[in-house]
Design a protein around this ligand. Structure first.
Ligand code: MTE
Length: 346
């Protein structure tokens, strides 16, 4: 069965639907209006409000201003994606992936110490900046294109309900020599690739992320950065059982600072390979250029496998700092995941 989404005639696009927050705000208005006797009822059901045609012509009347009473409270703001996906998490932990040698990083550390250059280059400011920039993560679609049977536009809300979600505890190692241990919720990338139906000629997959300068104002602050942020992997790496797409973290929907609504997690590679807020997957026959090697050739390589014996030109990779407590531990080759991936690299 094809996965191209052809909406039936009765269906309107998600973006045209009244946002839940506004809908709820409207209900609050109806309640307030009912209290003031402004709502007409037939057969016990709310039928229309003052200012609205009974034939249903205008739905969004808002506050009419006819009364001295204060207007109803504004609709709730905040991360509506998190609010609307609350029912999906937590999901069952896959016990195969444990990190016995170190504790789980506290949630407040992993969600307040971030790299997301579309917003800011300050790690401790990302959480506040996504809020200030009003970064919206709904509605959201993921495009699959390039060497595929048929290009598709997948609606994220449908995708996240369709694919099998699980929780995995993974080590995470940034190229800047800091590390954490995080319970991610999501699905294996191979499931999404199966839906995308790449052709046998596809040898690489490129991940292109959101490019919304009005909502990601850090983009203006870095003219030399080749936004949109883009990453890529070989197909055999992408199909590896470790390669994960996170939609949640700590048993909750992924917050925007960590890459909502969906981001890559590739635990044996440096964290910069984990592209956030994925927007498009392109299947290609040649290795594409990627963000960091383009920005700073010689400092970052395409494979970016964690390796204590290969120093960054400006610092050693032999040890790493746990953001939990600032203590240092030895870096592990492939970040401790050699049994799953060493064979990929001959
Ligand atoms: N994805 C996008 N779109 N933009 C970014 O700046 N930074 C990368 C990666 N993914 C980045 C991105 C880097 S350098 C790291 S270390 C991780 O995200 C950080 O993920 P975290 O904030 O969830 O810890």
């Amino acid at each position: 069965m094809s996965n191209v989404i052809i909406p039936p005639g009765w269906r309107i696009a998600e973006r045209e639907a009244t946002p839940e927050s506004r809908y709820l705000g409207r209900r609050a208005f109806v309640r307030a209006a009912a209290a003031l006797g402004l709502v007409g009822t037939v057969g016990g059901c709310t039928q229309y409000m003052v200012g609205q045609r009974p034939d249903g012509g205008t739905l969004d009347v808002g506050w009419t201003g006819d009364s001295d009473a204060p207007p109803p409270p504004p609709p709730p703001t905040g991360d509506t994606w998190e609010m609307q996906h609350a029912g999906l998490y937590p999901v069952a932990r896959n016990a195969t992936f444990s990190v016995p040698e170190r504790p789980v990083t506290p949630e407040d550390k992993a969600t307040t110490y971030n790299n997301f250059y579309e917003f800011t280059s300050s790690k401790t400011y990302v959480k506040e900046k996504v809020e200030l920039d009003k970064f919206t993560t709904r509605p959201w679609t993921v495009v699959t294109s390039g060497l595929v049977e048929t290009p598709q536009v997948l609606e994220f809300d449908e995708l996240v309900r369709k694919l099998p979600l699980e929780e995995r505890l993974y080590r995470f190692r940034c190229v800047e020599a800091w590390a954490m241990t995080v319970p991610w919720s999501g699905f294996v990338l191979s499931e999404l690739i199966k839906l995308a139906k790449p052709l046998s000629s596809a040898r690489y997959v490129r991940f292109v992320t959101a490019n919304k300068p009005i909502e990601m104002t850090g983009i203006f602050g870095c003219p030399e950065c080749p936004f949109p942020y883009h990453e890529a992997m070989r197909m055999d790496e992408a199909m590896n059982e470790l390669t994960f797409v996170a939609t949640g973290i700590y048993g909750k929907a992924l917050p925007r600072q960590n890459g909502a609504p969906l981001r890559l997690v590739i635990p044996w590679k440096y964290g910069f390979k984990g592209a956030k807020s994925l927007f498009r997957l392109d299947f290609l026959d040649k290795q594409p250029a990627t963000f960091w090697p383009r920005l700073s050739p010689g400092e970052y390589d395409f494979l970016a496998n964690v390796d204590p014996d290969v120093p960054h030109p400006r610092w050693s990779q032999a040890r790493e700092m746990l953001i939990d407590d600032g203590n240092y531990v030895d870096t592990m080759k492939y970040n401790g995941y050699g049994q799953y991936v060493a064979s990929l690299y001959g």
